[in-house]
Design a protein around this ligand. Structure first.
Ligand code: MF3
Ligand code: CO
Length: 248
């Protein structure tokens, strides 16, 4: 069941989203060769707490950290560890904030120092696929319109979209209906209307779309161990179209 949000609920989500965006910006400025995911996670956790929020992922289905930090071929749900980042890595930061009873969730993939032209292209195409999906998110459209647009854009550039994980509704719970796949057919899926709040989050692989899960039960890697990127925003469907809540 899709839970519609009124404007005061959307304002609360925007307040959470501002903390997400500001934290993402500050933490991303610390990304450099030699830094560890655990250090970045600790910084994010501190900044979220100082802003009065709670990290949405911490304790969610026993997830152990404030953030998911996914390096290179890790698609999503990397548990921040002590392995230093290296020049040429790509690293995705993904986290949510709970503030005054409402969540917002965002992810962004960053280069570590100088990266290869292929990796930079993977980041550019994945980020652009998110914005192409957001452009389709309006009242009267369907989740399939979003997914098919993302899939077509990504595949036309020779990449693949992950099928095992999808975007989602969000609000008082981190995950709500509807499910928002990054693939599918225009006109299919759930109809969007004013007050629907969703996370659109393409996960794009340089090679095959199939993924494997590590024995920790979380870390998801590409099946062919080629790199993967992930960009996510929380958006509200309003009269004016999609309103991105995870910006400063
Ligand atoms: N960004 C992911 C999502 O939106 C991560 C949540 S799983 C968690 O679903 F356990 F890490 F919280
Ligand atoms: Co999400």
């Amino acid at each position: 069941m899709i839970i519609l949000k009124n404007s005061s609920e959307i304002s609360k989500m925007r307040a959470a989203g501002k903390i997400v965006a500001r934290t993402l910006k500050l933490v991303s400025q610390e990304i450099a060769p030699g830094k560890t995911p655990a250090q970045l996670d600790a910084l994010a956790h501190r900044l979220i707490s100082e802003a009065g929020g709670y990290p949405s992922f911490l304790g969610y289905r026993k997830y152990p950290s404030a953030t998911c930090i996914s390096v290179n071929e890790v698609v999503v749900h990397g548990i921040p560890d002590d392995k230093p980042l290296k020049e040429g890595d790509i690293v995705s930061l993904d986290f949510g904030v709970l503030l005054n009873g409402y969540h917002a969730d965002s992810a962004w993939t960053f280069p570590v120092g100088n990266v290869s032209a292929e990796d930079q292209r993977l980041l550019n195409i994945t980020r652009e696929s998110l914005y192409q999906g957001i452009a389709k998110a309006k009242a009267g459209a369907t989740t399939g319109d979003i997914g098919s647009t993302i899939q077509k854009y990504v595949e036309s550039h020779g990449y693949s979209v992950v099928r095992d994980l999808v975007g989602h509704g969000i609000g008082a719970s981190l995950h709500e209906d509807p499910s928002v796949p990054n693939y599918g057919k225009a006109g299919k899926g759930d109809k969007l209307k004013e007050g629907v709040t969703i996370c659109i989050e393409p996960m794009v692989n340089a090679g095959i779309w199939r993924v494997d899960t590590d024995s920790d039960g979380w870390t998801m890697r590409t099946g062919d161990r080629k790199n993967s990127a992930h960009f996510e925003h929380t958006v509200a469907i309003t009269k004016a179209g999609a309103d991105i809540l995870t910006t400063e």
